[in-house]
Design a protein around this ligand. Structure first.
Ligand code: SAM
Length: 298
C-alpha cells in the first residue's frame, strides 16, 4: 500500500518559529544578523519552494504538509546520538564519503560540513534538484562557495538506486559527474536519511533499506543513521493535521532493526521518541542507526 497524502494547507507565515540552534546556524550561514531580516529571507525562499512543488513532490515533502519550512531547518542530524561518532569517521578516514538521502535544502549536510566533514567528500541526493538549488538561495552560497556534490534522482528507481544484490563498484567514480547512486555501491562510510523512509509504503521502505545497505562500505563502522516517523507497533496509521491527512506505514523499532539485520552484518540501535505534532497530537519519531559490525560484503 502506497502512502497517500492530501493537503490544502496554505502557507502561513504566522507559524514561523525557528529553534535557537537553527536560528544561530542560519545566521552564521547566511551572514544575516537581524531576526526580522532572517525571517523575511526564509519566508521568501519558502514561497519559492512552495511554487516549484508539483502535486507529486508536495505529497513527498513536508513543505505542504506543514505550512512552514522551518521544521526542515531544524538540524535534526546534530541531535542524532551517532552524530559525533560519524564526524569522527570523517576525521579518521581520509577517503570517507558521506551521503544525505532526501536532503531537501541541504541544511543537514551544511551542518556536518560546518562541524568538520570535508565538503568535497559530501554527497547529497533528492528527487528535486530545485530544492537543492533553493538551498543555495536559502544559505546564500553557490556551487563554488559550497562545493559539495549533489545528484538528483528517485531513490525508488532501480536504475538510480537498486535494491538487488550486485557487486561493489570497482573504482570510485568522479563525484562531480555522478549520474546514479548505483555507482557508489560499497563506497560510502556514512549515510544519513531523515524524514524520508516514512514517505513510502511498507515494501518500498524494506527495499530502500536493502538498497541503502548496498551503498555502504563493508568496513566495520560504516553506518546508516537517521530518523523518521515510527509507531510502537508496526502498521498503517492515519496522520491528521490542519488541512491535511496522510496514511503512513510505520515500522516499530523491532521490525525496523530486522530489516537492517536481514540486509547485512549490522548492529542496530533504534529508539522511539514520543513527540507532540503541529496540531498538538502525540506521535513517535524513530531514531535509528545500523552499523556494519564485521567485515563482510553487504
Ligand atoms: C520530508 S523531506 C525531509 C528533508 C530533510 N531530510 C529533513 O529531514 O528535513 C523529504 C525529502 O525527500 C525527498 N524525496 C521524496 N521522495 C523522494 C524519492 N523518491 N527519491 C529521492 N528523494 C525523495 C523530498 O523531495 C524531500 O526533500
Amino acid at each position: 500500500m502506497a502512502s497517500s497524502f492530501t493537503s490544502n494547507t496554505p502557507l502561513d507565515p504566522s507559524l514561523y518559529s525557528l529553534d535557537p540552534a537553527a536560528r544561530e546556524f542560519s545566521k552564521q550561514q547566511t551572514g544575516i544578523t537581524e531576526d526580522d531580516e532572517l525571517k523575511h529571507h526564509i519566508l521568501a525562499v519558502q514561497a519559492k519552494a512552495f511554487a516549484v512543488e508539483s502535486y507529486y513532490a508536495a505529497a513527498r515533502t513536508s513543505i505542504r504538509l506543514r505550512p512552514t519550512i522551518v521544521s526542515t531547518l531544524s538540524l535534526k542530524i546534530s541531535r542524532h546520538p551517532k552524530y559525533q561518532s560519524v564526524l569522527q569517521l570523517g576525521r579518521d578516514y581520509k577517503e570517507a564519503l558521506f551521503l544525505d538521502l532526501g536532503c531537501c535544502f541541504g541544511n543537514d549536510v551544511r551542518k556536518a560540513v560546518a562541524d568538520g566533514w570535508p565538503v568535497t567528500r559530501m554527497i547529497s541526493t533528492d528527487i528535486r534538484q530545485e530544492l537543492w538549488d533553493l538551498g543555495h538561495v536559502l544559505f546564500r552560497s553557490t556551487p563554488a562557495s559550497f562545493p559539495s556534490h549533489f545528484i538528483s534522482g528517485n531513490c525508488l528507481d532501480p536504475t538510480f538506486l537498486s535494491s538487488e544484490p550486485g557487486p561493489s563498484s570497482q573504482s570510485l567514480p568522479d563525484l562531480s559527474s555522478l549520474t546514479s547512486l548505483n555507482d557508489l555501491r560499497g563506497k560510502l562510510t556514512a549515510i544519513h536519511a531523515a524524514s524520508i523512509f516514512h514517505l513510502f509504503s511498507q515494501e518500498e521502505q524494506a527495499s530502500l533499506v536493502r538498497a541503502v545497505a548496498s551503498l555502504l562500505s563493508p568496513a566495520p563502522g560504516s553506518i546508516a543513521f537517521g530518523s523518521h516517523v515510527g509507531y510502537p507497533k508496526q502498521g498503517t496509521i492515519r496522520w491528521k493535521g490542519p488541512g491535511m491527512k496522510a496514511d503512513k506505514y510505520c515500522y516499530d523499532p523491532e521490525s525496523w532493526n530486522k530489516l537492517w539485520e536481514d540486509a547485512g552484518p549490522f548492529k542496530t540501535e533504534t529508539i522511539l521518541k514520543e513527540v507532540t505534532g503541529p496540531n498538538g497530537g502525540i506521535g513517535w519519531t524513530m531514531v535509528w542507526s545500523a552499523t556494519i559490525s564485521t567485515k563482510s560484503a553487504v
